[in-house]
Design a protein. Structure first.
Ligand code: GLA
Length: 398
């Protein structure tokens, strides 16, 4: 159980629940956080390490079970209301289900795993910018998984709930993402970031000191229109690069385990694009080791340097940045109180993060807004995020 936020969001959620479903079945309320990833860009689906931090924003859900096999889903942020018979939910989402594909995918996986296929009525609402790289989709999956588990009293552990949420995204919705986002949300611990070794998966929690470093989120407001196709293309390219390395260098289970020397051995067999994709993955593993060591030592300048180097590699070798993200990170790094900056999430638009010395974020935001508007004609949006409390049921509600 976690304490409810002092946010007006919860009142709005409960009000909408009553409006939609009446008072006959009072809801229980749940929260799952969004995340930023400090270092480890596009490493999760390559069997590498990532260093996500669950933040103090995310997705809330007010939910109750129904005994008529109907699933009714409302969102505070989306007009689309979805009402569907449990029997109509097969292995894939449908275009007309829109955002509801995520919770329906989790419902489907949960029903398959437990054999429990009761109906559900749920309202969700969040305080994360949607589709901007802070993982609102993983948060909605994880909050649904936690809600279904609690409402059915199944006591499934958090790792299994994270995997259930992940399968909803890869199988039901069809984005071939790695496990980072769902694990970051489901396994978050207050005051810590998650150092996740995706190949295991194994993980450890590393303290993050909010008094030494703040996270300024800078939203380019550029929609991530190409994110799904571009993302799946990167996944496919990495798989091809891995195949070639297995033949021409050595046979290792994951692309992230190779070295630059291995890439040299396979250089002739790989085209230049594949080589750059693989080089990003291999060098990002070095950056995450250095970044995690810096974090453990409380060296936020050292951590920041790895963020900025990671951004350059995602821009040049992995090509998932864009002019807006390059400009916004460069503008932030021009401020003396910024330790480092990089895009977050899949890239292709959306948000970047800057690690900032506490107290300086307004001045950083002013500088970035001025430079960015000069170049793109409109200012970005900013948010100051804190390390969050982790997911769970909200105490004393319902
Ligand atoms: C998206 C995916 C994650 C991860 C990141 C890139 O957020 O959902 O699994 O691959 O991109 O690091």
């Amino acid at each position: 159980m976690i304490d409810p936020p002092r946010s007006p969001l919860l009142d709005a959620l409960l009000q909408r629940y009553r409006l939609a479903f009446g008072t006959e079945r009072p809801p229980r309320c749940f929260f799952a956080p969004g995340r930023i990833n400090l270092v480890g860009a596009h490493l999760d689906y390559n069997g590498g390490d990532v260093l996500p931090m669950a933040v103090d924003r995310g997705l809330y859900a007010a939910a109750a079970l129904r005994d008529d096999g109907r699933i009714l889903l409302h969102s505070l942020d989306q007009d689309l209301v979805v009402e569907v018979d449990a029997a109509a939910i097969q292995s894939r989402t449908r275009p007309e289900w829109g955002w509801a594909g995520y919770p329906l995918g989790v419902w489907h996986g949960f029903a398959q795993r437990t054999g429990k296929a009761l109906g559900l009525q749920m309202v969700v609402g969040g305080d994360l910018p949607i589709a901007s790289g802070l993982s609102s989709s993983a948060a909605i999956e994880v909050v649904t998984a936690i809600a279904l588990d609690a409402l059915h009293g199944t006591q499934i552990d958090r790792q299994q709930l994270a995997l259930l949420a992940h399968r909803a995204e890869t199988g039901f919705v069809g984005l071939r993402c790695g496990i980072m986002d769902q694990f970051a949300s489901a396994l978050a611990r207050p005051g810590h970031v998650l150092w996740l070794h995706c190949a295991g998966p194994r993980w450890e929690h590393v303290p993050f000191d909010p008094a030494a470093c703040e996270v300024l989120v800078m939203d380019t407001l550029k929609p991530r229109a190409l994110a799904k196709t571009g993302f799946n293309e990167r996944v496919a390219q990495c798989a091809t690069a891995h195949e070639l390395l297995r033949v021409h260098a050595r046979d290792l289970p994951h692309l992230a385990q190779y070295t630059l020397a291995d890439l040299e051995l396979a250089r002739e067999a790989m085209d230049e694009v594949l080589l750059r994709r693989a080089r990003h993955v291999v060098t990002e593993m070095e950056r995450i080791r250095a970044g995690a060591a810096a974090l453990r030592a409380g060296d936020y300048a050292g951590l920041g340097a790895q963020l900025s180097a990671s951004h350059r590699s995602t821009a040049v070798d992995y090509e998932v940045s864009c002019a807006e993200l390059d400009a916004i990170t460069a503008a932030a790094c021009a401020h003396p109180a910024v330790f480092g900056a990089r895009l977050t999430g899949a890239g292709f638009g959306g948000c970047a993060i800057a690690l900032v010395r506490p107290g300086a974020s307004s001045s950083v935001a002013r500088l970035v807004a001025e430079r960015y508007s000069g170049q793109f004609g409109a200012p970005p949006a900013f948010d100051l995020l804190r390390v969050g409390t982790g997911p769970g049921e909200l105490r004393g509600i319902g």
